[in-house]
Every structure is written in C-alpha cells, then in structure tokens.
Write a protein that binds this ligand. Structure first.
Ligand code: HEC
Length: 133
C-alpha cells in the first residue's frame, strides 16, 4: 500500500514545484511591464485637454470613470490595462470621444486629427508592448 503513495508523491511533487516557479515568473513579467508604462509629455497634454476632465478619480460622472480612469490605468492589472488601451484607440478611431454633445459646449476640447492619431497610436503601441512581453 505504501509504494503507490510514494510513487504518487514523487510524480506530483515536481509538477507542483514547477507550477509555483511558473507563477513567480508571471509576476516578475508584470513588474517589468509596469516599468514600461510611460505617458510622454505630449500625450499627457492631449489627455489633459480632451479626456482627463471626465476620466479621473474625482470625475462627477460615475459612468465615465467606471469605463476609463486615467488615474487607475498605471496600477491596474496588465490584462485589464491592455483592454483599456485598446478601447482608447478604438473610441478615437470611431470618433466617439470626446462626446459630441460635450464638444458643442466646449469646442476647444476637441481632438485635432493629428492629436487623435498621436493618442491612438500611443495607446495601441503600449498595448502591443505588453502583449509582446
Ligand atoms: C465630457 C466627458 C468626457 C470626455 C471629455 C471624454 N469622455 Fe470618454 N467617456 C465618457 C462617458 C460618459 C463614457 C461612457 C459612455 C457610455 O458607456 O455610454 C465614456 C467612455 C469612454 C471609454 C470606454 C468606452 C467603452 O466602450 O468601454 C473610453 C475608452 C473613453 N471614454 C476614452 C476617452 C478618451 C480617449 C477621451 C479623450 C479623447 C475621452 N474619453 C473624453 C465621457 C467623456
């Protein structure tokens, strides 16, 4: 009766051991990815002018900060962050953001084609950088 038990322990121990070391590696990768999260100044300026007012910790609109909060982007899990970055790219490509109603009131907050292009490519480049890690 003892032998099968010992054989089981000998077989499964390396598997359990390996799965733990694998987990550690994943954590290290996401830390490395954190270091790479950079918003260049010109991109930050575009965000501040056209997006940040609605998508920040103190935004009055719960819906907009639930959907995207720039203050949380740097600390959120990589997988979720990649999703948000892709969304940023998509809403700009689709001309959905900033909302048209808002732009009627505040036309100076609109994104120029050039700024939209810059912000969208920053977001997609950041996202693909994580995927390639
Ligand atoms: C006037 C406030 C306002 C501004 C300015 C604004 N947004 Fe939004 N944003 C919203 C609201 C409200 C929603 C939620 C819309 C909904 O789900 O119906 C939203 C949703 C989003 C989403 C989530 C879309 C989804 O489907 O999950 C993204 C991404 C986004 N905005 C990006 C941006 C970017 C990038 C800018 C700047 C170019 C910007 N927003 C400017 C109010 C704003």
């Amino acid at each position: 009766m003892r032998n099968p038990l010992i054989i089981m322990i000998i077989t499964f121990f390396p598997i359990i051991f390996l799965s733990f070391t694998h987990k550690n590696k994943t954590i290290q990768t996401s830390k490395a990815a954190d270091v790479n999260y950079i918003i260049p100044n010109d991109i930050q300026e575009i965000i501040n002018n056209s997006c940040y007012g609605c998508h920040n910790n103190d935004s009055k609109s719960i819906k907009s900060k639930m959907k995207l909060n720039f203050d949380k982007l740097s600390t959120m899990k990589i997988g979720k962050r990649v999703g948000k970055l892709n969304k940023i790219h998509d809403v700009i490509e689709e001309n959905e953001m900033p909302p048209k109603k808002f732009l009627k009131k505040y036309p100076d907050k609109s994104l120029s084609d050039e700024d939209g292009e810059k912000l969208a490519s920053w977001a997609i480049n950041m996202a693909s950088q994580y995927i390639n890690e």
